[in-house]
Write a protein that binds this ligand. Structure first.
Ligand code: SF4
Ligand code: SF4
Length: 477
């Protein structure tokens, strides 16, 4: 049996879309249309963002300067392979904790996204936070949306050059402060600033400060929504976490349509209209330039500026607020929405388990480590007393914030003796190797290969006890 796929001949000249009007070809590239975002001065969600933005920026710029017991509050010391976090030092051996924290962050994001959509993007994502700061600076210097559009269209003038120079200088200053602060989490900030300005810093410090300054300036000043639309993978896969009960920023078409202009004081029903007066305010304030009335779109970062803008319009029109609001697909269809459902329960359960596991791991973390290496060059030897000797190297890491002096002991065979040092002092964040010799009387050795245990007990912290097993080799029996 054969089948034929019908093929339709397309005449390119008949295509009248914008892309194809002149050439008959489809352009895969669309040049960016600059978005002039109208500032939202007041509104509930704008106030929430102002608080979150101030808190996050405050933490970012201040934490780098704080110290606890002489140690930086947060410092990633890559050359020493130490990570100082809130008074605790972590080492590469603690990598499992870092992995656990990343898993918690991922499941936390899934959990919140399933419940409330892209609140991370709208209120806390660094791209959003810095873009909003840059937009705020732009509005202070160049003026409102209309003034900025006029300024861009105006021919070159002293005023235009002065305003543009001031804006870019301010952006660059913020970007430089951001870059310096970021590098300051890896290179103590006070030393970094001194070394940079006295030309004592190494080349990588200059490179990374310049890199993060340029990245901040370009991403928040120039690329803005392009980062969210084309570079951020989260925007692309967030929809798989949404379901009809996810609470997202939505326009209520049942209430708003048919849209249309009218004077204040006229009831919409008198004109056969819905509550949307088609003023376009929700579009003008949108940092990604979309129209939320077209439905949920991947470009929407959930910033809720359109809610604040529309609520202001509703207040002026004396209509109830909430034509654009946080709601769910089910609620818009008149159904009830559930907060907890299998998906949120699953993410929440994994999140709770991971948080519990991390708390348990940190609470039971031993801030020191003992490794015992047996000397493989000689199996055993007899000493002057006729006893059997074995040689080891004890390697001790002190991961606590204070020096530790350990008392060393060995057990496992009757009459086993330690012939070398029985104490060892290791400074904070250091490791030491100690050659060690133990002996046993031949009559107490029943096997050629015997288990023994080295024990190190801290003299200042009795709860800090390290035990590691090794082998003691004797003559064949
Ligand atoms: S701000 Fe509100 S009233 Fe104005 S166009 Fe948008 S949805 Fe309609
Ligand atoms: S439509 Fe625009 S203004 Fe409204 S929440 Fe989404 S990104 Fe923000």
């Amino acid at each position: 049996m054969s089948s034929e796929i019908p093929v339709k001949q397309i005449d390119p000249s008949s295509d009248t879309s914008d892309n194809n009007k002149n050439t008959g070809t489809v352009e895969l590239y669309a040049s960016r249309k600059k978005i002039y975002v109208k500032g939202v001065k007041k509104g509930f969600f704008q106030r929430i963002r102002n608080v979150s933005l101030t808190a996050l920026m405050g933490m970012y710029f201040l934490f780098v300067w704080f110290t606890v017991d002489g140690q930086p509050l947060i410092h990633f010391d890559l050359p020493a392979r130490e990570f100082h976090l809130y008074g605790t030092t972590f080492y590469p051996q603690d990598f499992i904790l870092l992995s656990g924290m990343l898993i918690i962050a991922a499941f936390g994001l899934f959990f919140i996204t399933t419940l409330f959509g892209r609140v991370w993007c709208g209120y806390t994502c660094p791209q959003t936070v810095w873009t909003f700061i840059f937009m705020w600076v732009e509005e202070r210097i160049e003026g409102s949306r209309n003034k900025r559009m006029k300024l861009d269209k105006a021919p070159r003038s002293v005023e235009k050059i002065a305003k543009k120079s001031a804006k870019h200088s301010a952006w660059l200053l913020i970007a430089l402060a951001t870059g310096l602060t970021f590098v300051g989490y890896f290179y103590p900030i006070r030393e970094l600033i001194t070394d940079l300005f006295t030309l004592q810093a190494n080349g990588w410090a200059y490179f990374w400060v310049a890199f993060f300054t340029a990245a901040t300036y370009l991403n928040a000043g120039w690329l803005r929504e392009q980062v969210c639309l084309y570079m951020c993978p989260y925007a692309r896969f967030q929809s798989v976490m949404f379901d009809p009960d996810t609470r997202v920023v939505s326009y209520d078409p049942n209430r708003g349509e048919p849209r249309g202009g009218r004077k204040k004081g006229i009831e919409p029903s008198e004109l056969g209209l819905g509550d949307c007066i088609d003023c376009g305010q929700c579009v003008q304030v949108c940092p990604t330039g979309i129209d939320i009335r077209d439905g949920l779109q991947y470009e929407c970062i959930g910033c809720a500026l359109c809610i604040d803008a529309c609520d202001e319009v509703m207040d002026k029109m004396e209509y109830p607020r909430g034509l654009i609001r946080y709601t769910t697909e089910n609620e818009l269809e008149g159904k009830t929405s559930k907060l907890m459902r299998p998906r949120t329960f699953g993410y929440g359960l994994v999140l709770a388990l991971m948080v519990g596991a991390i708390i348990f791991t940190i609470a039971t973390r031993v801030p020191a480590q003992l490794d015992v290496l047996r000397d493989r060059g000689a199996l055993f030897s007899f000493n002057g007393e006729g006893r059997v000797e074995n040689t080891y190297t004890l390697k001790v890491d002190n991961m606590s914030e204070v020096p530790q002096t350990f008392t060393i002991s060995v057990s496992g065979l009757e009459g086993i003796r330690l012939l070398t040092e029985n104490t060892l002092t290791v400074a904070s964040s250091e490791n030491r190797a100690l050659p060690t010799v133990v002996d046993v009387a031949p009559e107490n050795i029943s096997e050629s290969n015997n288990a023994i245990v080295f024990t190190l007990e801290s003299q200042s912290d009795k709860s800090l006890v390290l035990e590691t097993e090794s082998r003691f080799v004797g003559p064949n029996r």
